[in-house]
Ligand binder design. Structure first.
Ligand code: DP6
Length: 329
């Protein structure tokens, strides 16, 4: 089973473009219960389910059209040189969909999230690309199949196909046809996400490498699946009952546990910088003085605050340059 066979299963033999142009937007997402570890590296099949919040209109807008010759990729208005790893990853993904050899795609992609905010764009990027390809080729796929196509680009992209709270079901099938994301029909209007940029330099270790290393060498990983199962239950209950404390506490502990498994791998994998730790300690002291604020972190040094709307002004006065996002407005 490889990516190509899954794409064929989903799109069938329908390979001629229905439109001259396909275009789509997909939001970025932040996991409250993390995806960390694959049971199949080729198909990006996860060991556990995960649950995220999409970031409203912050994400990626992508347009695609077919051209003769090789691919042309434009990111935020500038051509991406073909020898970059970004371009290579994108072209390999496009290879899965080409109607005929020698056909290229022109991909014009804009991130509406400032790159300087330190948010990875591969999730929204692959989700927007999968949706745009569906539009171009006229497949009219079901949301769950679009989520699977996005997953083949990057695991977390499976969740960026939807708005609001999203759960990606791990599934158990070898071909991954039961491993797709679905939106939860619940809202949390006062929930705010605050992005604190610590560094936008390319990370020394990617999520892909970090999770592989963790699975292969970290004995702490053995407890991870059971923790995720408990955390998913807590987060679902927190969302249903609008219990902010439970949501924040569960998300923060889940992120720290994920990082603990990575730190315990070999070679050691630490995504934090000294500044990340300073901010964590500041958050813990704000909380000790009665301010309800929590954080989560992905495979990098940047911190994402989880807060309520009425705390935004106070938090911004403690720490300038927080970029606030209201996922539900
Ligand atoms: C820490 O989706 O970037 O952000 O499937 O290898 O492309 P690949 O990994 P990716 O990993 C995201 C890891 C995470 C947690 C999460 O978003 O759930």
């Amino acid at each position: 089973l490889n990516k190509q066979s899954i794409v064929e299963k989903i799109t069938g033999a329908r390979r001629s473009p229905a439109h001259e142009h396909g275009e789509a937007f997909a939001p970025s997402n932040i996991a409250l219960v993390k995806y960390w570890g694959k049971r199949n590296d080729e198909l990006n099949l996860p060991v556990t389910s995960s649950l995220s919040i999409s970031l409203g209109n912050l994400g990626t807008r992508t347009a695609v059209e077919l051209i003769d010759g090789s691919d042309v990729i434009l990111l935020n208005g500038l051509p991406v040189p073909s020898d970059t790893s970004f371009s290579k990853r994108l072209r390999e993904y496009l290879d899965l969909f080409r109607p005929a050899p020698g056909t290229g795609y022109r991909v014009t992609t804009h991130n509406t999230i400032p790159t300087a905010a330190g948010l990875a764009s591969s999730a929204s990027g692959f989700a927007a690309l999968a949706l745009a390809l569906d539009h171009l080729h006229g497949w009219q796929l079901k949301p769950r199949d679009l989520s699977i196509l996005a997953r083949l680009g990057s695991g977390s992209a499976s969740r960026s196909v939807f708005k609001g709270f999203v759960e990606w079901h791990a599934g158990s099938a070898d071909d991954g046809m039961d491993s797709f994301a679905e939106p939860l029909c619940a809202v949390f209007p006062d929930l705010m996400i605050g992005l604190i940029k610590i560094s936008v330099a390319e990370k020394p270790v990617s999520s892909r490498v970090g999770m592989k290393r963790t699975i292969e060498t970290s004995t702490l990983y053995q407890t991870w699946p059971a923790q995720v199962a408990r955390d998913l239950k807590s987060i679902r209950r927190a969302i249903e009952t609008s219990d902010f404390e439970l949501l924040g506490r569960t998300a923060e502990n889940n992120a720290l546990t994920m990082h603990a498994t990575a730190i315990a791998s070999w070679p050691p994998t630490l995504f934090w910088l000294p500044e990340s730790v300073k901010i964590m300690q500041a958050i813990w002291s704000w909380r000790a003085s009665g301010m309800p604020v929590y954080f989560t972190m992905d495979a990098g040094p940047n911190i994402k605050l989880i807060a309520l709307r009425d705390q935004v002004a106070a938090l911004s006065s403690h720490l300038h340059s927080i970029e606030w996002i209201a996922p539900f407005t």
